[in-house]
Design a protein around this ligand. Structure first.
Ligand code: NZQ
Ligand code: ZN
Length: 389
């Protein structure tokens, strides 16, 4: 196991009827004027936005609102949020939504206190060294942004989708009421499931030896997600299944599963090009790309793939390692298919003829190299896109 430092200070307020705590929590974390950031329809339609506004009014907390975050959030709204936040002198950002809203809020929180173009963070020209406190009311378990130090934004000029991380933008608190996720359409539920599984697997597939504790944590999280996912397909309003999925999204990505081990992240890089080009859901792209990546790299660490097959998919330890490893990969693909996730370019709405475009932007975003389990170059990336197609 590698040496590590781990600090995950977000306070999680989890369960039914927890929304009403929002005003007290904002005060506790020093907020007196809040920028409330949200998406297009869902927070208004469900009444959540009004509920939160009422909570603020009752506690005499001032606020301004900025809605309209689109899935795969873009730089333009971040600039607007920075301008509004400065003009209104807000000192706290509250995101109400899923990963896109939270990521946009994080970029605004850092951008307000930075005297230059916030995109410089994403170019790697400067690092974030302070930010306004940001908190979340999570409505979609998927990206894990409610507990992660990361934000992913797309620059519309060139459609460059990039992620950065900083402890300054880790939420100070996240309210997580699983009942809020009852309104999710099945497609968003399953995209979220693919994303959280991918966050675990990006960490699970490592060459670092002697990491049994995090291996077993990853495996048990995957098993729980698979179990609850099957329940949710039958019973979308099963509270415990929603609750388990919601907590899984957080622990899949708050860093706890990755301590002491080298992580991979090639599949996320490959996927981000798809969601940037087609504006498709990140989780849908991952469902297509993860099995394709596995098929390409499994021989570089076959014992780990055998472990994945036997411990997560209950594949019998009979036959060659190669056969067992491939059965595990197929089991993942079959599971994705069974919960109506896409598993190839056609089902995703992507075109094989666009692989050149995907490679062009991937090369810019990764400087030509990606992954750790097996270090990949652009020829490898092309081969993986071809498997996925
Ligand atoms: O805009 P509204 O109307 O709110 O609708 C949203 C949106 O259309 C809807 N939705 C959210 N909560 C709902 C709901 N609909 C009904 N009921 C509810 N309770 O769901 C749609 C998708 O929302 P979005 O936030 O885009 O989804 P997700 O949470 O999957 O976030 C995806 C983004 O997160 C990034 C992805 O790349 C993508 O841009 N990621 C962020 C990460 C991070 N910050 O750590 C890591 C991830 O790997 C990922 O890259
Ligand atoms: Zn992801």
């Amino acid at each position: 196991m590698n040496n590590f430092r781990f600090c995950s200070p977000t306070e999680f307020i989890f369960g039914k009827n927890t929304i009403c705590k929002v005003a007290q929590l904002v005060k506790q974390y020093g907020g007196s004027k809040v920028l409330i950031h949200y998406g297009n329809k869902s927070a208004k339609k469900s009444g959540l936005l009004t509920q939160i506004e009422n909570c603020f009014q009752n506690e005499f907390i001032e606020y301004v609102k900025l809605g309209g975050v689109q899935p795969n959030p873009i730089d333009e709204l971040v600039y607007k949020g920075i301008e509004l936040g400065r003009k209104e002198k807000v000192n706290f950002i509250l995101a109400i939504g899923g990963g896109s809203v939270i990521d946009s809020a994080k970029a605004i929180a850092a951008g307000i206190l930075y005297n230059g173009d916030f995109w410089n963070f994403f170019e790697g020209i400067v690092t974030i060294n302070h930010a306004l406190p940001i908190a979340t009311v999570l409505t979609l378990p998927a990206a894990g942004s409610e507990g992660s130090p990361n934000t992913v934004i797309t620059k519309t000029d060139g459609m460059l989708k990039r992620g950065i991380g900083s402890s300054f933008i880790r939420p100070v608190f996240s309210i997580m009421d699983p009942v809020l996720t009852f309104t999710l359409p099945t497609c968003q539920t399953v995209y979220g499931i693919a994303d959280m599984m991918a966050h675990v697997m990006e960490r699970y597939f490592t060459q670092t030896q002697g990491v049994d504790i995090t291996d077993r944590m990853c495996e048990s999280i995957l098993l729980s997600i698979i179990h609850s996912a099957k329940t949710l397909i039958r019973e979308p309003e099963n509270y415990d299944a929603r609750a388990n999925i919601m907590w899984a999204s957080t622990i899949a990505h708050n860093g706890i599963c990755g301590v002491g081990r080298e992580e991979d992240w090639a599949t996320h890089a490959l996927e981000h090009e798809l969601s940037a080009l087609y504006n498709i859901a990140h989780g849908a792209g991952l469902a297509v790309m993860f099995p394709a990546w596995m098929q390409y790299v499994y021989t570089a660490g076959i014992d780990r793939f055998v472990q994945f097959a036997t411990r997560v998919w209950n594949i019998e330890n009979i036959g060659s390692k190669k056969e067992i490893a491939l059965k595990g990969i197929h089991a993942l693909k079959d599971f994705f298919s069974s919960i109506k996730l896409p598993i190839n370019f056609e089902q995703l709405g992507a075109q094989k003829s666009d692989i050149d475009k995907l490679i062009d932007t991937l090369k810019i975003n990764t400087k030509g190299k990606l992954g750790n389990f097996l270090l990949l170059d652009m020829n490898d990336a092309r081969a993986i896109y071809e498997i996925a197609a």
